[in-house]
Design a protein around this ligand. Sequence first.
Ligand code: SF4
Length: 86
Amino acid sequence: MRRSPWLENHNSAWRLQALCVGEDPELFFPLAETERATARARAVCRRCPVLLDCRDWAIRHGETDGVWGDTTASQRRAIHSAALDR
Ligand code: SF4
């Protein structure tokens, strides 16, 4: 069984509101990072009340796999790189 974003962050209070609790973890860690493969997970994220906390956590911790806070790993890398260039 794959991990789930909310399980990974057991020390973060925001996880208690994570909408991915109860969702199939496979949704959030698809084999491909395509729009089609990530669409269902990202739809859950867009309804999640802690989207920004989750995204921030994933970027700050360099999370390299999966969908976190409506972002893919490559999108998070781009956000992180852009922040470093400032
Ligand atoms: S933003 Fe997405 S991955 Fe993050 S806690 Fe919410 S549903 Fe889970």
